[in-house]
Design a protein around this ligand. Structure first.
Ligand code: IMP
Length: 192
């Protein structure tokens, strides 16, 4: 089965590829000839994931799935949430987003947070499915590690050994991550 992953984020593609069964041929947006920016204007993760997957299906006729992820920080009342990518401005720069997050948290003792991912699968005009995954953790005092992307250098998952996601290998992050959990739901559905 050919399935496009509707994202221009190479890190996400690297994470997702090893999670899919051999029977699925994963296509990137470039491989289906989609080079434009995908619309992402909804107020929820669910809405954005659906919007991106639906756009690709409608314009390219290829079955596809998209993910949308947010980091929800308890002491910031769920910020940055659905605005995680543009938290520090439209340039969507990870270092700026992390700096703003750490600045807003300051010396706050409650550093509880979670990543939440919603995956939307669109295989037909009216065939849309959603899968979600989350991981709980804490926000580190300062960025640590060179792996991963986005907020990984400041996120320490509860189920880990105290390292941030950015200190882990891709396989280690995939054992625990929000995205791997959402993709597991997708894979179970596709296998079912
Ligand atoms: P989106 O799902 O691409 O819209 O991502 C929203 C924001 O969260 C972006 O700033 C990403 O860099 C960040 N983000 C998404 N997934 C992860 C992750 O697995 N780790 C760290 N940051 C992430």
């Amino acid at each position: 089965m050919r399935l496009c992953f509707a994202s221009n984020n190479a890190h996400k593609l690297d994470e997702i590829r090893p999670l899919l069964p051999a029977g699925i041929e994963l296509l990137s947006l470039a491989e289906i000839g989609c080079h434009e920016e995908l619309p992402e204007t909804q107020p929820t993760l669910e809405g954005n994931a659906r919007q991106k997957a639906q756009y690709v299906f409608d314009h390219y006729g290829v079955p596809c799935f998209a993910d949308d992820t947010g980091l929800e920080v308890e002491a910031l009342h769920g910020e940055p949430g659905v605005y995680s990518a543009r938290y520090a401005g439209p340039q969507r720069a990870a270092a700026d987003n992390v700096a703003k997050l750490l600045h807003k948290l300051g010396t706050q003792l409650n550093r509880r947070a979670r990543f939440r991912t919603v995956v939307a699968l669109v295989r037909g005009r009216h065939e849309v499915r959603e899968f979600s995954g989350e991981v709980a953790g804490t926000i580190a005092a300062a960025p640590i590690g060179r792996g991963g992307f986005g907020y990984d250098p400041v996120f320490v998952p509860d189920e880990g050994d105290g390292r941030t996601f950015a200190e882990m290998t891709l396989a280690e992050k995939n054992q625990l991550s929000h995205r791997a959990r959402a993709v597991a739901g997708l894979v179970a559905f596709l296998n079912g």
